[in-house]
Ligand binder design. Sequence first.
Ligand code: GTR
Length: 421
Amino acid sequence: MKTYVLSACLLFAIQTMNAQFVANYDESKVPEFDLPDPLTTFSNNIIGTSASWAEQRRPELINFFESQVFGKVPGTIDSIDFEVIEESNSALGGIANRKQIKVTLRKNGKTLSYLILLYLPINIAKAPLFLGYNFHGNHTVSNDPDIIISKAWSLNNESISITNHTLTEKSRGMRSNRWAINKMIEAGYGLATIYYGEIDPDKNDLTDGLHSLFYNSHQKRPAQDEWGAIGAWAWALSRTMDYLENNSEVDKSKIIVFGHSRLGKAALWAGVMDERFAGVISNDSGCGGAALSKRRFGETIAQINESFPYWFSENFKKYNNAEEELPVDQHELLALIAPRPLYVASAKEDEWADPKGEFLSAYYATPVYSLFGKAGIPAIEMPPVNSPIHNTVAYHIRSGKHDVTEYDWEQYIKWADEQFH
Ligand code: GTR
């Protein structure tokens, strides 16, 4: 009886603790931690060449992130079709071509469809391209009246007129501030974007969306080491690449995958798993993205798994309040992108995402880039606000909040010009 009372108290205390999670924003309270060396294998072999990185270290790190963090993809798709359902050669006031492509995935007799919205600059035979998810429907990225409105479930967001989990005409163009499309097109880049809710609705329910195609007849959830929502979002970026690499107007050697916040986590994971992506941009991706978990600054593993229990694999929950047990950290996720160009960006007022942890992660990924003779982050001191470092590994911290701004896109375009043109 005593034991029961004690454990009930303990349970209550833990629940209360979670409900009242107080993020640490005090640098002096960051715990001491040992950061794993990306160039030492789990069995203590030192990696000294790019070949041994590729043969020994990269596979074991991928294996860890797959089975313990984002989760494995349980198999392959039976078939995939691409159909251009709408197009124009005079979009955005005549500066771009537009295509809307319906992708249909089939498995186990089930089907999932989503739409790619693609803008390409006119008069460029093969354009480099940014590919990234949007949060609230393709029609929110531009005022373009011909963008098809998704019927998929959406998180509500009254600031952009989304209620009843339904996307409507009211929010057309309301997120155009996050997508500097004219700047991209004028600089000679295309944009491909997808509404992430068409792949897996962002709610605590893994019975629907992409996961359900892969289930056997009685299954309701992925297995312990299988994908959560982020894994599904990342995987569909690769299916989108399957289309883009066969579009003759796109330069398939210059497709840069981009994502903000939770979708930045997905972009990083897609960039790791699919080496067809020539570059990766993580905008304010935070915990489970670019930020080091072991710092426990801002959002922590326990907190993200509590708020979003369906984002990562079940296995990742083993590390709730046990970051010291993790034999990896997120700098190694970044290192898995090497030698391809990688941009990590933070925002000064986005402490929840731990800007310093995002910076240090890029810094500690640098030795792997050095193995390939590529320049990363040269010094451990963070650069001042709005003073980007543009190397193969790039970083900036801009003034302002958790967001994607014109400033961010100006930097990404400038850096992409240096890396890819
Ligand atoms: C927050 C979450 C972050 C980040 C963010 C976003 O609620 O805690 O990890 O993903 O959402 O996606 O905007």
